[in-house]
Design a protein. Structure first.
Length: 1079
């Protein structure tokens, strides 16, 4: 290392060292002196405001909203909630309060800084770190003293710690990254207000298409290729010069007026294209200790103090940072929040979206006056044997009531009042949108411990096939880490969301929409795992002894009693009692609130303000976590493995564990399976729910293979586990747990149970079960109210968490990590809208009249195909022009219509998707049998169009089939992948079902094209050559035969296949799992 010039620094920060001084590099010493001078100027400015602040501190604070107005003898709970925005400055001078070292707080963060030399002249993009301010932040937030070592000059030549990065590149120039001191700038005119209020299309669509194309290219370059603001400015200026010259050369001056107002900056381009994220996302900032919520505009208030004004809270709301030689307030913790009203307004402005949301209506479900459904259970269904396909088939869909307000009539009465006596069914409104929310925390970093929360919202009126797509899911907020907030902290940030949803429940409109129908929103279900659900609802944990189950009065010690799993013996709770005590808990002091929580199992939750919301009803038992991640896992790992059910019998040489592992190794899984089921023997903590789902689909067959002896399973006790083994220790632990729980249950009914009573009760139970086994007993009521399991499970939301977790963020703190995730999500959302709008605009300018209902999936109308083709051409054009024909696009471009591309291609080709690899083949080389079968199929298929002859027939009429076909190794039908057994690329997808449940092996996949003489158009069809599986009465009976139709299992001969036959690929109806066994 080269010699460095060091000098003693006596600045304010260095004087805080024990020696009263500190050795610094010369350049650092100079910057410290400059910072002290700037601090003196700032101190003088702040001291001038001291008298004003003292007067403000003596003024009475605004009254809290805990007392509500009386209306009609009932107390109305206010809609405008107190978000804790009123900050009374302390009596101490602000300069002194900023310089006092504070105590350590778990959730505070020092400010990160980046050296960014921007040529655009935009102050918000030009950031540099000031060492004195960095030291000052470290004094204020002492627990982060080692978190920002890269800003110290003494470590400028050392590499960054491995824990400071997640294997990603620096994000200074990342288009998704935004520093906290830039998130709160709001000095520019919000042009998006004008766009939403007055127009159905963004302003760019009123200009010439060449100008709009220049905007699109500039935006894509910045959003996906990392182009700087200055580069975008140059691109726009060059586009304007070229267009002006072109218009003048062709003598068309009519469009020159548009060039005079052409955008020159990236921000203006985003606004005119309608992709400006500031129209949706608001960056609130929080107290890092108590999580009081503050609007970003408060940072511009000179009297707003840095110290939180909440009683007994020492949190610092913001710090000061030098940016372009001026001090700037930087919030300590940021909460990105997507305004639901703004987001839903632009969502409903998508072409055809409004009509798309009405697809679920039948002849009896039209909009109009209709009372809510009052019946419950199976009595609602005319035909209980008819299966439900979606939540629209459940009775809860028609039981939602419109026009309600949640009111209080005294300290103990809370009820939903139909204030206008409408007696109206919510979904029978012209546009009553029912929503589902999910709250979950995940780990977005590979190293360290950082828990980030995400609140999603999806519209249940959407068709099931598109409901959970990324472009149809709303990411409302990303909750900053590193630790999960407490219930009180969650309530403070959820009040903002609940207030907005209450306003949208009443009514709102979509300006620019041609129908101008009133829109109403309601949250009907909350789909989260147990910890997040209980925290959101304010209910006691599932580990509580008395309030384990929020739906019935079953206690935790009943898990050792068979009655704890008998729904006929459950005593259901009154869900309105939770609401009553939640409001009571909100009004009292913390000590009394803790007593209410202990005795009633509920505390205050912001969701209690929502009309029609009942915690134990609308917060469902999530199927994925309950069944796959708990029941199936517990059954396999604990009940079967640890309990010794796979132990080897002393008199037998069969080893059940070896047989099971061998069975799973020979199973042929469909091509769509990306993760195989877990091993029973090996322990793995990263097994996903879809793996357990595959595991349980064949586990009953594996158990038969492991236990069967001469085609029967002997009724014998398993041999005990060997002492001093993990299984023996697990069995002893389970026995102690069962005895403890059973003792508590007997004590509730009999003060002094005998050991014999305890042993008999424990023996009846037999094994240890978890609370999820009890919760699963409530599934019948839940399915009847909310529909089948795939309407209320968390698979899509877990996928969304994985999507956010792959965001490039470099472990930024204080909410910057979460804000980057939020911008990435909503960028894909607005770009999807842009592509859809471009497609719609192209169809309108081409003179095409497209019915809005033609936007439904797989509509065969030619107009729809023309519109879809336009969007597909635009996608192809952007990919080739921006990225080049041979260049792999930037990974974030995959957000652009990732799922819509598949729907586009399927709509054009008739729900078929072909691979790029293909070959021309004459089927004569495969044998005359293949040629004859295809000829016979074509003669039957086109018998009414043309006469198909063999190639040996000499005639002047009809068409001769010469045997020429196009062969494919695989094909995608209705989003399922199938392959050909005779092609190496298709062998793993060769097994399939046709016409329902007829199992076949696909041999070849051919496309035949022939020229019709009668109609002068080509005749095209795609077929599959298949062989059917063979079954017979000789197949022995299996234990599962009685339930085989429900399980979807069939048995065939292993080495026998049927004759070749030709079927249309549209007859392919599903994939199958092939499990070979020997009997």
């Amino acid at each position: 290392m080269a010699n460095r010039r060091l000098e003693w620094c006596y600045c304010y920060n260095c004087s805080l060292c024990p020696a009263g001084r500190k050795l610094q590099e010369h350049r650092t010493w100079v910057r410290h002196q400059e910072a002290d001078e700037e601090r003196k100027d700032e101190d003088e400015r702040l001291c001038n405001l001291q008298s004003i602040q003292r007067d403000a501190s003596r003024a009475p604070t605004p009254a809290q909203h805990h007392s509500a107005a009386m209306l009609g003898g009932l107390q109305l709970w206010p809609t405008q909630l107190d978000l804790g925005m009123a900050n009374t400055p302390p009596n101490t001078p602000p300069v002194q309060s900023m310089r006092v070292p504070l105590q350590d707080h778990d959730m505070e963060y020092a400010m990160d800084g980046f050296a960014n030399d921007s040529d655009s002249g935009d102050d918000r993009m030009s950031l540099f770190s000031n060492d004195s301010m960095e030291e000052h932040s470290r004094k204020l937030l002492p627990h982060n003293l080692n978190s920002d070592d890269e800003f110290n000059d003494s470590s400028s030549n050392s590499s960054r710690s491995d824990d400071s990065s997640d294997g990603s590149t620096d994000l200074v120039h990342d288009p998704l990254f935004l520093h906290r001191d830039n998130m709160v700038d709001s000095d520019e005119e919000d042009e998006m207000d004008i766009i939403i209020e007055d127009c159905d299309l963004p302003p760019a669509f009123d200009k010439h298409s060449a100008i709009r194309n220049g905007y699109v290219r500039a935006y894509v370059a910045a959003a996906y290729k990392g182009a700087s603001h200055e580069l975008v400015r140059i691109m726009l200026d060059g586009t304007a010069v070229q267009l002006r010259s072109a218009f003048e050369d062709i003598g068309d001056p009519s469009h020159l007026s548009g060039l005079e107002t052409m955008a020159q900056t990236l921000r203006t381009v985003e606004r005119r294209l309608g992709v400006d994220l500031t129209s949706i996302i608001v960056y609130y900032f929080l107290c890092p200790v108590c999580w009081n919520l503050h609007h970003p505009n408060q940072l511009s208030d000179p009297s707003f103090m840095a110290k939180c004004t909440t009683e007994d809270c020492d949190g610092i709301l913001y710090t000061m940072r030098t940016t372009n030689k001026r001090l700037k307030r930087v919030p300590t913790k940021v909460l990105p929040y997507a305004q639901p009203k703004r987001a839903i307004q632009r969502w409903l402005l998508r072409p055809g979206k409004y009509e798309h949301l009405q697809h679920w209506r039948n002849d009896d479900d039209g909009a109009g006056r209709s009372p809510p459904l009052l019946d419950r259970g199976l009595d609602v269904f005319v035909n209980p044997d008819q299966p439900m396909h979606d939540m629209h088939d459940a009775w809860g869909w028609c039981a939602i009531t419109a026009g309600l307000e949640r009111r209080r009539g005294g300290p103990w009465t809370v009820q939903d009042i139909d204030i206008k006596e409408l007696n109206q069914r919510f979904v029978s409104l012209p546009c009553g949108l029912v929503w589902q929310v999910n709250l979950d925390w995940f780990q977005p970093v590979k190293r360290g411990n950082h828990s980030t929360g995400a609140l999603y919202m999806t519209c249940c009126n959407n068709p099931r096939g598109v409901r959970y797509l990324v472009e149809e899911t709303f990411l409302v907020m990303v909750i900053p880490g590193p630790n999960e907030p407490t219930l009180d902290q969650i309530n403070k940030i959820m009040e903002l969301f609940v207030r907005d949803m209450n306003d949208l429940y009443r009514v709102f409109y979509v300006p620019g929409h041609p129908t101008k129908e009133p829109i109403h929103l309601i949250i009907n279900t909350e789909v989260s795992d147990l910890p997040a659900s209980r925290k959101t609802e304010g209910l006691a944990s599932f580990s509580s002894k008395l309030f384990m189950c929020p739906q019935c009065k079953t206690s935790s010690f009943m898990l050792s009693d068979p009655d704890g799993f008998d729904p006929t013996k459950f005593v259901l709770r009154d869900p309105w009692r939770y609401i009553k005590y939640a409001f009571r808990s909100h009004d009292v002091d913390p000590e009394e609130a803790a007593e209410i929580f202990e005795r009633r199992g509920v505390s205050w939750s912001s969701f209690a303000l929502l009309p029609c919301w009942l915690p134990s009803v609308n917060s469902v038992v999530e199927f994925m976590h309950c069944v796959y991640l708990c029941l199936v896992k517990h059954l396999t790992k604990v009940i079967l493995l640890q309990s010794g059910m796979f132990n080897t019998q002393p008199e037998s040489d069969r080893k059940p564990l070896v047989l099971i592992e061998e069975f799973f190794s020979h199973v042929v899984w469909p091509a769509s399976v990306s993760r195989l089921p877990p091993s029973i023997v090996k322990n793995s903590s990263s097994v996903k729910a879809d793996q357990w789902r595959l595991h349980i689909s064949v586990l009953f067959i594996a158990l038969y293979v492991a236990w069967e002896v001469d085609r029967t399973i002997p009724d014998v006790e398993p041999s005990p586990s060997a002492p001093n083994t993990k299984h023996a220790a697990a069995q002893e632990k389970m026995e102690k747990t069962l005895r403890k729980r059973r003792m508590e249950a007997l004590l509730a009914s009999e003060p002094r149970p005998t050991p014999e009573q305890l042993d008999r009760s424990w023996a009846r139970m037999g094994c240890h079960l978890t609370p999820y086994f009890h919760f699963a007993q409530h599934f019948q009521r839940q399915f009847l109210q909310f529909g089948p399991c795939y309407a209320i499970w968390a698979f899509p939301y877990e996928r969304n968490n994985g999507f956010l977790g792959r965001t490039n963020h470099n472990n930024h703190k204080g909410g910057e990590l979460e804000c980057t995730m939020m911008r990435r999500w909503w960028k894909g959302f607005v770009v999807h809208d842009l592509v859809s709008t471009l497609s719609w605009a192209d169809c309108k300018t081409s003179g095409l009249i497209i019915s809005p209902t033609s936007w439904r999936l797989y509509d065969p109308s030619p107009m729809f195909h023309a519109k879809i083709k336009t969007t597909s051409i635009f996608w192809s054009h952007v990919s080739k022009v921006v990225f080049g024909p041979d260049e792999v696009p930037y990974k974030n471009i995959n957000i652009l219509l990732a799922s819509t591309k598949m729907r586009i291609h399927s709509a054009i080709t008739g729900q078929l998707e072909f691979p790029q690899q293909k070959k021309q083949l004459n089927v004569h080389v495969l044998g005359e049998e293949v040629y004859g079968l295809i000829l016979e199929y074509l003669q039957h298929r086109w018998c009414g169009t043309d006469m198909i002859h063999a190639d040996v027939v000499l005639t002047n009429t009809g068409i001769c089939f010469m045997g020429d076909v196009t062969s494919f190794a695989n094909i995608t039908v209705d989003a399922l992948w199938y392959g050909a057994a005779n092609e190496p690329r298709g062998r793993r997808g060769r097994y399939a079902y046709i016409d329902g449940r007829n199992a076949v092996e696909i041999q070849w996949i051919f496309t035949i094209t022939m020229q019709s003489r009668a109609h002068h158009v080509p005749l095209t069809t795609t077929v599959a050559m298949v062989r059917r599986f063979v079954t017979s009465v000789d197949i022995p009976a299996f234990p599962w035969d009685l339930w085989a139709p429900d399980l979807g299992v069939q048995s065939w001969h292993g080495n026998m296949m049927g004759d070749l036959e030709v079927v249309a690929v549209e007859q392919l109806s599903g994939q199958l799992i092939l499990a070979p066994i020997k009997v």
